[in-house]
Design a protein. Structure first.
Length: 317
């Protein structure tokens, strides 16, 4: 028998509605603890702590470090990088909520968290597998509609705890003469623009907090070269013409490469990258996914390009 929807165990509650006085008290305690910066107050795994969770304004200025997790996607010449920005104070609450989400997938759909008996290997979440039923979804009697609804739940969770934006190279867009001078490759151009937006985010929304970039394995040394140069010297275009100097000293250390199979935050970035790609190229039920991130989308990355999807910077500019 196929699973076609959600039962009472669904972790997403529309809006901020909370069912039951006990659950409401629990959520209020969690939010008060979060605002005090001490993290979660309850560790019971029988609850879904991100149900109805109301995270304070995502643009609130915070002290500490910003962890930026990136993953890529693309098709038909489109090269896209999605970035999930997690302030250090939200890192553990988001991880706990993500583990609860994975347990919810296991209990409701049979999607495993680990595989292997002698050596437990984490099962990686791939956004495309939600749409196609491939990977570890194969063999589970879960239809596409239910899988896509589960994907939307994960995106809503990410949008509550983190900030997200994307940069995409679209080959059909014209390239100006001035841009040709700085163009290297679609991937390098996207990476450079991501770093520019991270530097701006740090300055305008996080009191100049240091930023540490973490990427999926497979990216070359060129990414490190670009970041090292930008930390010391960089020029950006001006809305009024010309360029001006804008080094980014808040970009600390070299990009850290992580195996996406073992890093939940890179998997979150994978889900966001797929959502951004489908915002540019909607396909059937895999459409209108980007909007599920809600207030987590960093609209400032392309606020001067109102015709572009909010929070997705398109290149060439």
């Amino acid at each position: 028998m196929e699973t076609t929807g959600f039962g009472p165990a669904t972790p997403f509650v529309q809006g901020s509605a909370v069912v039951g006085e006990q659950q409401g008290r629990y959520l209020r305690e969690r939010q008060e603890a979060y605002l005090r910066g001490v993290g979660d107050v309850a560790k019971s795994r029988n609850r879904t702590p991100f149900s109805g969770m109301i995270v304070p304004a995502l643009y609130a200025k915070e002290n500490g470090m910003l962890l930026a997790y990136l993953d890529d996607s693309g098709e038909l010449g489109i090269v896209l990088f999605a970035t999930v920005i997690v302030p250090d104070r939200r890192w553990l609450p988001l991880l706990d909520a993500w583990i609860d989400y994975r347990r919810w997938l296991r209990s409701n759909f049979g999607f495993p968290m680990f595989k292997g008996r002698r050596r437990r290997v984490p099962v990686e979440l791939h956004a495309t597998d939600f749409a196609t039923g491939a990977g570890d979804w194969r063999g589970l009697k879960v239809n596409q509609q239910a899988r896509m609804r589960a994907l939307r739940v994960g995106l809503r969770l990410i949008g509550r705890y983190a900030n997200v934006f994307a940069v995409a190279w679209v080959p059909s867009r014209p390239m100006s003469q001035s841009y040709v001078r700085f163009h290297e490759s679609p991937a390098i151009d996207c990476w450079r623009t991501v770093l520019e937006r991270l530097a701006t985010y740090s300055t305008s929304s996080a009191n100049g907090a240091p930023v540490l970039a973490l990427l999926d394995q497979g990216y070359g040394d060129q990414f490190t070269r670009v970041l090292r140069k930008m930390r010391r010297y960089h020029r950006v275009g001006s809305l009024y013409g010309g360029t001006h100097t804008a080094p980014a000293p808040m970009l600390i250390d070299d990009p850290i490469l992580r195996n996406s199979k073992e890093n939940a935050f890179i998997q979150m970035a994978d889900l966001c990258a797929y959502a951004a790609l489908r915002e540019l190229r909607p396909v059937g039920v895999a459409s209108n996914l980007w909007g599920e991130l809600g207030a987590g989308v960093v609209r400032a990355v392309n606020k001067y390009q109102p015709k572009q999807p909010p929070g997705i910077k398109l290149l060439p500019p």
